[in-house]
Design a protein. Structure first.
Length: 237
């Protein structure tokens, strides 16, 4: 039995609140249990210098944890994010670029900002899942405002964590599980069943092909449910 009484294959309670802020093209407050991440998406004219004149756009992401998001105050990333934040924001950018046709974006930059308000494990996977919804809302607004002539969104993506905890494969780790897991894995998957990213690490033990397959099976099941939640949220007025 897990400390919060969930079954091994059970997600935490997921809530999605769209239009959380007023000024962003798309904004989502997403909660995975006690983990809460604010994801915003803004489309701006212009691209990085290496893309100028190509007719192609760009998508980039930034990630940060607010000082009060953890049990002890986290120092702000003043100007230069720490190594963990850099790694996570690159992950978010890679994953979300997999569902965008950059040519159809035109010479515009789509900014995704993911700010962790409260952390209890799985912040990067919550950020990816919420940022996709914010991205879709920003694109919808840009098309309504004639900023974009075509829809650049070509797929749907979500992400979840899995791991081996006390020799058992479990889905959607909270902090108490993540901090003691023998193996930790993050999975990002498209709705068509193809994978964008697999990050598997033997934190306190190695893992076998059978254990890997058990974790992957849980991740596929969990992400399928996240895709359903994303779709339901996007069809709300």
């Amino acid at each position: 039995m897990r400390q919060d009484s969930r079954k091994a294959d059970q997600l935490r309670k997921i809530t999605i609140q769209r239009n959380f802020t007023r000024h962003a093209g798309g904004s989502v407050l997403i909660s995975f249990g006690n983990t809460r991440v604010l994801c915003t998406a803004i489309i701006e004219k212009g691209v990085p210098p290496w893309l100028a004149g190509t007719g192609q756009g760009w998508l980039t992401a930034e990630y940060a944890m607010l000082p009060s998001s953890t049990n002890t105050r986290k120092k702000r990333d003043s100007g230069k994010p720490d190594g963990r934040s850099v790694e996570i924001q690159r992950l978010i950018g890679r994953v979300l670029r997999s569902v965008i046709d950059l040519k159809k974006l035109g010479e515009n930059t789509l900014w995704l900002d993911c700010d962790v308000i409260q952390a209890d494990g799985g912040t990067r996977t919550a950020a990816i899942t919420g940022a996709y919804i914010a991205l879709c809302d920003a694109v919808r607004r840009a098309r309504n405002d004639s900023v974009l002539s075509a829809n650049p969104v070509i797929g749907q993506v979500a992400a979840i964590s899995v791991g081996i905890v006390r020799n058992t494969a479990v889905l959607d780790l909270d902090y108490s599980e993540d901090s003691t897991a023998q193996v930790d894995m993050n999975v990002a998957m498209l709705k068509d069943g193809t994978f964008v990213e697999l990050q598997a690490t033997g934190e306190h033990a190695t893992f076998t092909p059978r254990q890997f397959n058990s974790m992957l099976k849980l991740a596929v099941k969990g992400i399928g449910k996240l895709h359903q939640l994303q779709t339901s949220a996007l069809f709300q007025p």
